[in-house]
Ligand binder design. Structure first.
Ligand code: SF4
Length: 336
């Protein structure tokens, strides 16, 4: 739901800019099709699915990125990440442009999350590593796990990591994707542990990684690991990965067209032609009755209240509270 038009209130809460911005530079473009891929940002699932069916993959204009970094730099911005969906280093020139700009403003954490396989050509891989270092990248997280290594050769990932180390980037981490949890015993996690062991000689630390979400390709390939529920008592928006309380937006994602979604259901503005910090400052969640409802009663309370308006819920339940919430939203929107 786009709340831009409904967000006209005199009750303005003074917010700082975001401390982290994820630029969805190329969410539709990857060189692999891992079986657990969510295939889109944690934000805006439904819109992104529709966009993916369009002929041209989306690519974020460099000018928009520069504009947003300039606007947010003086307002507490501490971390920048190019696409977490799609492989950002298929477009090294975009990644380097982001971080060059970030470096000029001394943004602390200039990060890249990558599958580690950017090209078959080793000399080009070294050039990309050097380009990242010279543009100011200071954190790299490389995805290595049973899922990525089903299609991505580990020797090339190892080569990329060595090239990054040689280029002078020291803050590199392996970033595994776990199934269910990092402690869970299943064949995928066992394989991930073996892969990480094989890389031990590089002395690269292992991050806490992430956990496969019930979304995208994971839904077709790993559905037996996910459970549907009819209610989610005690779970709030901010308990979902990468999301904030709806009245305390601290980190944002910018989509290739400039949209700023704050979760799968809501978009608060478009950065193209508007100041990103200004959009955050004028976002007043309590002026939007449905968001106010969620904040005051929690999502489960909002869903229960909506039932009185004839909203029908799926009998077999939902995988996440956001799926449940989006289903309610869609129906409320259709009624309005
Ligand atoms: S539960 Fe709804 S409002 Fe809350 S984060 Fe998820 S989609 Fe957004």
């Amino acid at each position: 739901m786009n709340v831009i038009a409904r967000n006209k209130s005199t009750r303005v809460k003074q917010l700082r800019g975001p401390w982290r911005i994820t630029f969805d530079t190329n969410p539709d473009t990857c060189n692999y099709h891992c079986i657990m891929c969510e295939e889109h940002s944690h934000y805006r699932v439904h819109e992104n699915r529709a966009a993916k069916s369009q002929a041209r993959p989306r690519l974020m204009p460099i000018e928009l990125i520069r504009q947003v970094v300039e606007e947010a730099a003086a307002h507490g911005l501490k971390e920048i990440i190019p696409s977490t969906m799609g492989e950002p280093l298929l477009y090294p020139e975009i990644v380097s442009a982001i971080h060059e700009k970030a470096a000029t403003f001394d943004i602390d954490k200039r990060q890249v999350i990558t599958n580690g396989y950017w090209t078959k050509d080793k000399s080009r891989a070294r050039k990309i590593a050097k380009l990242l270092a010279s543009s100011g990248v200071n954190h790299v997280a490389i995805s290595v796990d049973a899922f990525h290594q089903e299609c991505i050769p580990l020797d090339m990932v190892r080569y990329s990591a060595e090239a990054l180390l040689e280029s002078g980037i020291t803050n590199i981490k392996w970033n595994p994707c776990w199934l269910v949890s990092s402690d869970a015993e299943n064949r995928h996690n066992s394989k991930t542990r073996i892969i990480l062991k094989e890389l031990e000689d590089l002395s690269i630390p292992i991050s806490q990684g992430n956990v496969v979400e019930p979304d995208g390709r994971a839904m077709s390939n790993l559905s037996e690991y996910f459970e549907r529920k009819r209610s989610f008592p005690g779970i709030s928006c901010q308990d979902m990965p990468y999301l904030n309380r709806l009245d305390d937006i601290q980190s944002i994602c910018i989509e290739p067209n400039g949209d700023i979604p704050i979760c799968k259901a809501f978009t608060i503005g478009n950065a193209k032609g508007s100041n990103t910090v200004g959009i955050l400052e004028s976002y007043d969640p309590y002026s939007i009755p449905e968001i106010k409802d969620i904040l005051n009663k929690d999502v489960q309370g909002f869903v229960e209240g909506s039932k009185k308006m004839g909203i029908q819920l799926e009998e077999w339940g939902y995988y996440t509270i956001c799926d449940l919430c989006c289903s309610v939203w869609k129906q409320l929107d259709a009624k309005s």
